[in-house]
Design a protein around this ligand. Structure first.
Ligand code: ARG
Length: 582
């Protein structure tokens, strides 16, 4: 089904045509720059720059455009305003017909756009460690972007670049072997236990040189593929995967086991990656290591700081794996766009990796690569969010707290809910609140983790939107019980709050496209929040169930149902549940 151009787009096209008529010679490249206005539905602002360019008077120019743009089935009135603006008023009937088309469209009229094969790398937790708030951001933002880009037509390939390889596993396996009494296996808290054991291993490593030697030797056996060591490593990976799955289930993200392509996956090709880089002259040997240098990456004394592909001892690290992953994603997966949803603090690392891959030809000019950076989650003290003892806060704990608070909110608001419902809703609301708070702040900014604010019923919160959605659904249920559905009338006259809501509903496509381009989900959050507010204004001033006539009720029913569908779709694109009743 073809998309539905918004009313603003239709007006824009009409104005461009009028400009051509008014100025056959000089209208190219002029943007009418429509915006919503208090004085009319839209105001066009393009004539200023154009008039300046042509050396004419903007008011005269605007008058010529107005003359070339007579009222029609879309446009009710247009007039020159102020020093050269054009005010445009739509026909009420055209607005309602437009909404009816959107309401019938399976994608609410949103066009399919960028169909590129897009790799979205996100979540990337580390094996044998608990996930913490840092992983929350990448998981939630990455998942929303994966949903939105797919909705816009991209062929999305999710990649969960698990931290499942590295010297730390040699140390951990050695420690576990030497402490067979340390039970972690199959326990409920397997990963939390591993987390603790890893810390003990690290301490021992730092204190006991003999253990450090044995741990290093164990790294070598692991990397050499010794079957016993590899099987121990695999047990640890599996335990961690089970744990990640429970977190992903709770969060309701799309990630599956098939998306998990950890660092270890690239181990067999690292040698080849290094060789190719050296052959191509991209990497050079420096003090025994294989390095890539950059003119603009320098340390405090002005010395160049390299990206180390292979360490002096022959070992490969984080950078080599990232390079191999790029090669795999472009050459094997056929990616045309690579997105990395990774903490902003890794910007330099990624910049060096991308530049190296470009030099090696692994990111051809046709492929777009972008670090989708995000800020840090802070505690109320303004420092990175940690427990009082300075540890990372495990996500599971956060979720429990959020769900408990959500339960309290729900019960307080409506105490007669059945117990079973309350549990499901508390989950949807609590988890939704945490996800929404993360998505609603501008991606690159830091934000303070404040559960009370997140589950608040007022303000720009997930809970507020979920309640708004459920309220509209409840109005629709009551409408359905009333007799006489009533067709949309030919002749309508909209109140100002109806108009405001209608034009906002018509803006949904533009917002979703904008998020697809900027990769900033908070723009969708802001939109949904405004929509909920516009609905509230409308609902307070325009009776729906007790509308003055069945014609008016039919129009209002359309406004309600499109609001509900838009909120639901918007929340779904963010990965947030939209329960019908709350
Ligand atoms: N696992 C890493 C961490 O937890 C993040 C990985 C980021 N992705 C990448 N391709 N380097 O910090």
């Amino acid at each position: 089904m073809t998309e539905i151009p918004s009313l603003a787009d239709q007006l824009d096209a009409r104005l461009r045509r009028a400009l051509e008529v008014a100025l056959p010679a000089g209208a190219d490249g002029v943007e009418p720059q429509l915006r919503r206005s208090e004085h009319a539905d839209f105001q066009a602002n393009g004539s200023f720059a154009l008039a300046r360019r042509l050396g004419t008077n903007p008011r005269e120019l605007a008058a010529a455009v107005v003359a070339a743009c007579p009222p029609d089935d879309l446009l009710a009135a247009r007039e020159v305003s102020g020093p050269g603006f054009i005010n445009l008023t739509l026909r009420d009937g055209a607005i309602i017909r437009q909404l009816a088309r959107r309401a019938e469209h399976p994608r609410l009229g949103v066009p399919l756009g960028d169909s590129r094969l897009t790799v979205v790398e996100y979540s990337q937790p580390n094996i044998a460690k608990e996930m913490h708030v840092g992983h929350l951001r990448t998981t939630v933002i990455g998942d929303a972007l994966a949903r939105i880009l797919a909705f816009l037509g991209a062929q999305v390939v999710r990649q969960n670049h698990l931290g499942d390889w590295g010297t730390q596993f040699g140390m951990l396996i050695q420690y576990l072997d030497e402490h067979p009494e340390a039970g972690w296996h199959g326990t409920q808290q397997g990963v939390a236990a591993l987390n603790g054991l890893y810390r003990s291993a690290r301490e021992l490593f730092d204190q006991d040189p003999a253990f450090a030697d044995r741990a290093r030797a164990r790294v070598v056996t692991l990397q050499a593929g010794d079957p016993y060591t590899v099987s121990r490593w695999r047990e640890i990976v599996e335990e961690s995967m089970r744990y990640f799955r429970t977190i992903y289930d709770q969060l309701g993200v799309l990630l599956t086991d098939d998306d998990a392509v950890g660092e270890s996956f690239y181990n067999p090709v690292l040698e080849q990656v290094a060789e190719e880089l050296e052959q191509k002259g991209v990497a050079v040997r420096s003090e025994g290591a294989l390095c890539v240098f950059f003119d603009d990456v320098r340390g405090p004394e002005g010395q160049q700081v390299p990206l180390i592909v292979r360490k002096r001892d022959g070992g490969f690290g984080y950078a080599a794996t990232d390079l191999a992953a790029i090669r795999y994603r472009t050459a094997t997966l056929g990616a045309e766009r690579l997105l990395y949803v990774v903490d902003a603090r890794q910007a330099l690392h990624l910049r060096m990796v991308f530049e190296t891959a470009r030099r090696a030809g692994w990111i051809p000019p046709s492929v777009e690569v972008q670090h989708v950076a995000f800020g840090t989650v802070l505690g109320s003290d303004g420092r990175p969010f940690k427990t009082r003892s300075g540890d990372n806060v495990p996500l599971a704990t956060l979720f429990e707290d959020a769900i408990a608070k959500a339960r309290a909110t729900i019960v307080e608001k409506d105490g007669h809910q059945k117990a079973g419902d309350v549990e499901i809703l508390a989950r949807e609301v609590g988890i939704g609140a945490v996800k929404y708070a993360d998505l609603a702040t501008s991606r690159t900014k830091d934000y303070v983790f404040d559960l009370d604010r997140m589950v608040s019923l007022s303000g720009n919160t997930g809970v507020y939107l979920q309640y708004a959605h459920a309220r509209v659904r409840s109005v629709l249920r009551r409408l359905a019980e009333m007799d006489g559905a009533g067709d949309l009338p030919d002749d309508v006259s909209l109140e100002s709050s109806e108009r405001a809501l209608a034009l906002l509903l018509d803006d949904f496509s533009r917002v979703v496209i904008d998020v697809g381009e900027t990769l900033e989900p908070h723009r969708l959050c802001t939109y949904l929040y405004s929509l909920s507010q516009a609905f509230t204004d409308f609902y307070e001033s325009c009776p729906v169930l007790r509308a003055e006539s069945s014609d008016i009720r039919a129009v209002r029913r359309l406004l309600c149902s499109l609001t509900a569908d838009t909120l639901q779709r918007g929340l779904d694109l963010l990965g947030i549940a939209a329960p019908d009743r709350l």
